[in-house]
Design a protein around this ligand. Structure first.
Ligand code: FAD
Ligand code: NAD
Length: 477
């Protein structure tokens, strides 16, 4: 006989595991089904984010940044370090320990919140009086459960590149790029998106010569143009990444321990480059192919995303979908917030998610973060705005920590002064952006931020000054 639940969540990434915990907190009986296995073949909760995404990449970014600091920045502080060397096994083990702590932590959170956890691939097999039937194919015989409500949180997979086979040894996606046993001498990256610049930064700082090939003529097209321009300057200057935009890759030919990439530059001139390792990071696609959607009539769009409305409801009653499997940015915090909203909706509350105030962060050095609209979006929409900007070079705290590149830019409605967007490139942009998110959620004006006391000396003063700048009354510029 099938086990019955109020809620079945398919996928235990940051969307699914959070949805499961919140639903259980609200008194519902919940099962969370997840298929992920780690490199040792063991079930590992947390999805892409914890296993091969946000967390391991940030661990490597921090280690490589420290290596860079020891080499090039400590001396400025009068700290002379000699004999710096890299212990790659230790660096990778540190990353893995952080991952394992969090993935096993989710199992404990499930226990604490009485979420039933089932390992295996879940797929719809029908619907009946007890709700939707889901078959779970794990290591043993398949099991079928029934649930009144279903939350699809199956996440995403790397977008395959036609004609390119990823072996995660020489030609890699994000999984291989997080685990090179040695620093490749020459690393090629296809795609100058978020993964391309983050992973490119890691291996460049650890000693690789990194070449990034981007198909679009522009760089970081989703970011504010001024931020993208400054980022390009920093990444190709002090960091030393080679970034070629407008590059059309014609072929990728792997060998035993190297790979040849043929591409045409923006003028159409043909180039042949050889790399020791290649990372392909050209975007991600929703992971919905194995759900057997036809058995219940669940609608996917032409690109494979589960079709949902503004509250994450699908075309089927009591079936919701969240995170990377649906429209909107592919970000862990967006998945989690949708998970909470959906769990609260199922429990009869009014779940809420505002896609207009989702912060974006790129964890390069300098960091990049933004929320709301870019200047080019406002221009295209014909919205009149005022802009205030403050460079970190004029910030006492930025000078003290020795990270003076970049700026904060605030965009506010010309008529109402409401903040429409905040764009930061600079130290701890990932943390600074929160103030802007809170301000925008509360419908703040630039004058509100200008009137708020900011601690001195702190990086947050740059946001304060940018707000003052909207009214052309910066005090320290
Ligand atoms: P996922 O995390 O992909 O989880 C889905 C889970 O469902 C997986 O465990 C999968 O195995 C399982 N699953 C799929 N189908 C089935 C099925 N049929 N049955 C059972 N289980 C199934 N985002 C950020 O916000 N910040 C970052 O710094 C960041 N860094 C990233 C770095 C990298 C290298 C990558 C690749 C991504 C990064 N992201 C980051 C994006 C972030 O990882 C995703 O947005 C997030 O993981 C999506 O969460 P999710 O729960 O929707 O899906
Ligand atoms: P992306 O969409 O950020 O960037 C992909 C890049 O590849 C784009 O610039 C695109 O123009 C380019 N491209 C596409 N096809 C190409 C081709 N044939 N040749 C050359 N370039 C090509 O995707 P990503 O870097 O793979 O990352 C996937 C997603 O994961 C991100 O969009 C983001 O949602 C998430 N992510 C987030 C973070 C973070 O929040 N810090 C970090 C990593 C990943």
């Amino acid at each position: 006989m099938a086990k019955n639940f109020d809620v079945a969540v398919i996928g235990a990434g940051p969307g699914g595991y959070v949805a499961a915990i919140r639903a259980a907190q609200l008194g519902l009986s919940v099962v969370c089904i997840d298929a992920w296995k780690n490199a040792q073949g063991k079930p590992s909760l947390g999805g892409t984010c914890l296993n091969v995404g946000c967390i391991p990449s940030k661990a490597l970014l921090e280690s490589s940044e420290n290596f860079e600091r020891a080499h090039h920045k400590f001396a400025d502080h009068g700290i002379n370090v000699t004999g710096i060397s890299l212990d790659m096994p230790k660096l990778l083990a540190r990353k893995q320990k952080i991952v394992d702590t969090f993935t096993t932590g989710i199992a404990l959170l499930f226990k604490k919140n009485k979420v039933a956890s089932m390992h295996g691939h879940g797929r719809f097999v029908g619907a009946g009086p007890d709700g939707y039937q889901i078959e779970i194919a794990g290591d043993g015989a398949p099991e079928t459960i029934a649930a009144k409500h279903v939350v699809i949180a199956t996440g995403s997979l790397p977008r395959p590149m036609p004609g390119v086979t990823v072996d995660n040894k020489v030609v890699c996606d994000n999984i291989g790029a997080l685990s090179f046993a040695e620093v490749p001498k020459r690393l090629g990256v296809i795609g100058a998106g978020v993964i391309g610049v983050e992973m490119g930064s890691v291996w460049r700082r650890l000693g690789a010569e990194v070449t990034i090939l981007e198909a679009l003529p522009s760089f970081l097209a989703a970011a504010d143009e001024q931020v993208a321009k400054e980022a390009f300057r920093q990444f190709t200057g002090p960091l030393g990444l080679k970034i070629y935009t407008g590059a059309k890759v014609a072929s990728v030919t792997p060998a035993e321990n190297s790979v040849t990439v043929e591409y045409a530059d923006r003028e159409g001139t043909r180039h042949v480059a050889e790399f020791d390792r290649l990372v392909v990071a050209i975007g991600r696609v929703p992971n919905t192919a194995g759900l057997n959607v036809d058995s219940v009539g669940l609608k996917l769009d032409a690109r494979g995303y589960v079709e949902v409305d503004g509250t994450c409801r699908t075309n089927l009653p009591n079936v919701f979908a969240i995170g990377d499997a649906v429209r909107g940015p592919m970000l862990a915090h967006k998945s989690s917030e949708e998970g909470v909203a959906v769990a609260e909706t199922i429990a009869g509350q009014s779940g809420h998610i505002n896609l207009d105030t989702i912060p974006w962060v790129i964890y390069t050095a300098p960091e990049i973060a933004w929320v709301g609209r870019t200047e080019q979006e406002l221009k295209a929409a014909g919205i009149a705005y005022r802009s205030g900007q403050f460079p970190f070079i004029a910030s006492g705290r930025a000078r003290a920590i020795g990270e003076t590149a970049g700026f904060v830019k605030m965009l506010a409605c010309a008529e109402t002064d409401r903040i429409l967007g905040v764009h930061i490139i600079g130290p701890f942009a990932s943390e600074l952006i929160s103030e802007a998110v809170v301000a925008m959620e509360f419908g703040a004006t630039s004058e509100d931020i200008a009137r708020i006391v900011h601690a001195h000396p702190s990086l947050s003063e740059a946001l304060h000054e940018a707000a003052l700048g909207v009214d052309k009354r910066s005090l320290n510029l």
